[in-house]
Design a protein around this ligand. Sequence first.
Ligand code: AMP
Length: 403
Amino acid sequence: MKVAVVNCGSSSIKYEVFSLPDLVMLAAGLIEKIGGSEGCLRQRKRKADGTFEEQSHVKPLADHHEGFELMASVNREDRIIKDDSELFGIGHRVVHGGEMFREPAVIDHEIVAAIRRLIPLAPLHNPSNLLGIEAARARFPGVTQAAVFDTAFHHTLPPHVFHYAVPSAWYADYHVRKYGFHGTSHFYVSREAAKHLGKEPEKVNLITLHLGNGASAAAVRGGASVDTSMGLTPLEGLVMGTRSGDVDPALHFYLMRQTGMSADELEKSLNSQSGLKGVCGLNDMREIIDQAERGDTHAALALDMFCYRVKKYIGAYMAVVGRVDALVFTGGIGENSATVRSRVCGGLKHMGILVDEERNVTCSGSVAGIHEEGAPVKILVIKTDEEREIARQTIHAIKKAGL
Ligand code: AMP
């Protein structure tokens, strides 16, 4: 049997196929330009010797249903999923689960309706996730499907953390609170860290840093999320590729009055024209570090701001968590940039955070320690694997539902 994990955007489907029971990844693909005449599927397929073979197909794709049809036919030809009956389940990444979804849910009409009701809270993400769910249910009607929510890991935030200091009716009437995102990644690396440290998952205290194009930090006490940097939406917190992270809330009213920008325009600017890109025009951390090293002052400022904001959250979460077993770096930047890791951890010796620079530069593998020998706080670089975690949670949810 196989399980497929899908993450749908408005014109894309990202997917991975795993074999059961060992969760070996058999294929990983990306379908893009759905809705256009040059739809494209690119897939990496595992060969018998464990290496991967790349393949691509270009054809017009009218909608996500046709995207799933292409995915099914390519995988049928490659004998990865011989027919639909070989699929134990399909797991969908859903960004916002609100307060309702504390764990994965097997999808039925009511779950679809509940995800739809959450659209006002996540207008940029949940509509595409729903589009994918509906198209996959139509294309694979006999296959059980589950939704795995990015917010779920943070359902353990205590009230004094998740409430904003605003009129309480806003929470009661409009569900205004901190939800947190990247939960599947924070959960996955927390469990991997506990394994590496030889601790029970529910006994581990961590600060997990998911640093990618989107970025967030989580304070993990006893294996549970007790604070996280993203909030009502993924805009709050760290400086990101194109998102501002924390700003003074009064900035919005000031700019709307000064420029005549509408709420929608401002939302777009803060989500897609801000962050690293807003400061220096680039949002790829590799290019930013390169430009900063060549003396570009805007790139240097963007890098300084990114690292400073992460450091500030570490300080805050050290205070929140108390005894911290490990600081965990993950995400494209966290896993790959020794420069960022070194800058983020620099000057934190008084907190027990000491990087071994040689280990920092040479680290590799799925879990690596980069702390100085004997340092009180371990520093781990862990490759996140949200798809594998979604696959695992999908299987668990389907079995729990007795399906
Ligand atoms: P993600 O969203 O997790 O895929 O991460 C994307 C980010 O990771 C981009 O900003 C990339 O520039 C960054 N990234 C990937 N590899 C490296 C690297 N070797 N050094 C610095 N940043 C990297």
